[in-house]
Write a protein of this length. Structure first.
Length: 270
């Protein structure tokens, strides 16, 4: 958390608000948040730069700069990018401040300090190990990817080296929507099941993006303006153990898979 829908929401906000914006100054008060760069080099790379593009691969934000460099942001568990007036009160755990020449600030807030910002080259060598972005998968590509692997479906969907962007929340929602059990072996899915899984990836992630992501009880995900998403109101199985399945009425179960809680319906998912 955040996963692809939350990161895509922030990307869209950035693109709407910061196209062409110029960085006047940068303050780093948490070196761990820029740990791939020396803080002084990070500051030099951004001062005077303008934002030219806003991309995403999996859970990574890719902000193009006008000097043939890319600012990469990975929110991980609790990172937030917040945009507001430069004189606004500082939130606790604000580790990076980018003051823009128009009087606003882009701030990186991260209570757990697992997230990071770094500046790198346009070929993004740090992201070379990522798999295909989940929203870029077509049905044939997904079928080929699954056919080559003996992994169980839930761990495979969580593996960012295979499919980038899906985490614990959306893997549960996708598998329920596709009516597939977490323990099914990827290579043994029938063509119709591959089709259901592809459709579920597209529909669940697409709907979650339209609802601006999921904000859970910890309230650690918010958008660029500090507002929560609303897709959590549409979760069918995630964190709903003991409640009735929306499809068949049987109680949703909780199982530990790959050291994470997994929520599913024993009747619907086969």
């Amino acid at each position: 958390m955040p996963e692809l829908p939350e990161v895509e929401t922030v990307r869209r906000d950035l693109a709407r608000e910061l196209e062409g914006a110029v960085v006047g100054d940068v303050e780093v008060t948490g070196a761990r948040s820029v740990r791939r760069n020396d803080p002084r080099a990070f500051r030099r790379a951004l001062r005077g730069a303008s934002f030219t593009s806003f991309g995403r691969h999996g859970k990574y934000l890719l902000i193009g700069l006008d000097r043939d460099r890319v600012l990469v942001a990975h929110l991980r568990m609790s990172g937030q990018l917040l945009l507001g007036p430069a004189d606004a009160a500082l939130a606790k755990h604000t580790h990076v401040r980018m003051t823009l020449t128009d009087g606003r600030e882009l701030r990186f807030v991260d209570p757990r300090t697992f997230g990071e910002l770094f500046v790198t080259s346009p070929d993004l060598p740090e992201l070379a190990g990522l798999g295909v972005d989940a929203l870029a998968l077509d049905r044939a590509g997904l079928g080929a990817l699954l056919a080559a692997r003996r992994a169980r479906l839930k761990p495979l969907l969580l593996d960012q080296r295979v499919v980038a962007g899906i985490g614990n929340i959306y893997s549960d929602e996708i598998l329920w929507t596709a009516r597939l059990r977490w323990s099914r072996q990827a290579a043994r899915l029938r063509p119709a099941e591959v089709g259901r899984l592809h459709d579920a990836v597209a529909s669940v992630l697409g709907e979650a993006v339209e609802r601006r992501g999921s904000s859970l009880a910890d309230a650690q995900y918010v958008d660029l303006a500090g507002r929560p998403g609303s897709y959590q109101e549409s979760h069918r199985v995630y964190a709903r153990a003991g409640l009735p399945c929306p499809r068949c009425g049987r109680e949703i179960e909780r199982t530990v898979v790959a050291q994470r809680s997994h929520f599913w319906c024993r009747t619907c998912q086969r």
